[in-house]
Design a binder for this molecule. Structure first.
Ligand code: 5GP
Ligand code: ZN
Length: 113
């Protein structure tokens, strides 16, 4: 049984797709926490940052640079935005397929809750 985000990759579950290439998918978060709230994921199933391997370094670089490119397209690069990987229980990870949250379009507080 595939995970939720693998099912989005496979188009078994609909999503508002923002970007796609052969290795990455980006889509709007179903419960947005900011005017821009996009999830950037690898198509490859990796449960969390704890599971990344050296051979994933290029993929992670692409993931991060894609988030920056989407921020640029949305016009929030200069104003600022936040990128977050939640990992496991204490960070509130709920979907165990790596996803980079891109949040922007409003000012944010630090530290996060
Ligand atoms: P996490 O808490 O694991 O870092 O983030 C999971 C994110 O996935 C949450 O922000 C949640 O709103 C989002 N999410 C959960 N289910 C779906 C879904 O079916 N579609 C989309 N687009 N986002 C989802
Ligand atoms: Zn998956």
């Amino acid at each position: 049984m595939s995970c939720l985000f693998c099912r989005i990759v496979d188009r078994e579950i609909p999503a508002s797709i923002v970007y796609e290439d052969d290795r990455l998918l980006a889509f709007t978060d179903i419960n947005p926490q900011a005017p821009t709230h996009v999830l950037v994921i690898p198509k490859k199933h990796v449960p969390s940052l704890n599971d990344l391997q050296p051979e994933d370094d290029r993929l992670v670089g692409e993931l991060v640079r894609r988030a920056a490119a989407i921020a640029h397209e949305r016009g929030i690069s200069a104003g600022g935005y936040r990128t977050v990987f939640n990992t496991n229980l204490d960070a509130g990870q709920t979907v165990f397929h790596i996803h980079l949250h891109l949040l922007g379009g409003r000012s944010m507080q630090w530290p996060p809750g």
